[in-house]
Design a protein around this ligand. Structure first.
Ligand SMILES: [Zn+2]
Length: 180
């Protein structure tokens, strides 16, 4: 069974960030514990639940190994030279940025490859897959971080977290869910 994730990456999908600075920002805001659990993996920090809002009634979120195996771990995504698909949900169905309608038959054999283009069946506009409106159900990028054991639409980041990330690198960040 794939582990469900909440993934963060720069909105401009070809941007890179400095990981030492990213770790500093996440540590300063107490989103993560300062000491890495494993290389590029971190436990949730003291303010994790102030920076991520869990939706629905009384969510049972495990934040440390003492809570059970399915606890949240924050992991840095390995940086790549090309923009790639970082994850997606089984219900992903992108919208065309030109006509804003949902695109039928978008899932081609090459859709996850860097710089593949999607042709809208409604208005014929060609868009890079990375630039479609995925409604948080798919993300592309070269870097970022992910939180394990968060199910699609179970939680959303606060504005405080997103603005801390924006301050770090002067461009906005996006988030998506994945259960692939
Ligand atoms: Zn269109």
């Amino acid at each position: 069974m794939p582990v469900p994730k909440l993934i963060f990456s720069p909105s401009e999908t070809d941007k890179k960030v400095s990981y030492p600075q990213l770790i500093q920002t996440l540590t300063d805001s107490q989103f993560i514990e300062p000491d890495a659990n494993k290389k590029n993996q971190y436990y949730a920090g003291n303010k994790f639940l102030n920076l991520i809002t869990f939706l629905g009634c009384s969510p049972n979120i495990n934040l440390s190994p003492a809570d059970g195996e399915d606890h949240c771990i924050i992991s840095l995504i390995e940086q790549t030279t090309a923009t790639k698909c970082l994850g997606y949900t089984q219900t992903a169905n992108p919208k065309c940025p030109a006509c804003t309608k949902r695109i039928s038959n978008w899932k081609t054999a090459d859709w996850q490859k860097p710089d593949s283009f999607c042709v809208c069946d409604k208005c014929q506009t060609q868009t890079r897959y990375a630039d479609l409106n995925w409604k948080h159900e798919c993300g592309f990028g070269r870097c970022g971080f992910e939180i394990s054991h968060i199910y699609p639409h179970e939680a959303v980041p606060t504005d405080q977290l997103l603005s801390a990330l924006k301050q770090l690198c002067e461009f906005a960040w996006q988030y998506c869910y994945a259960d692939n």
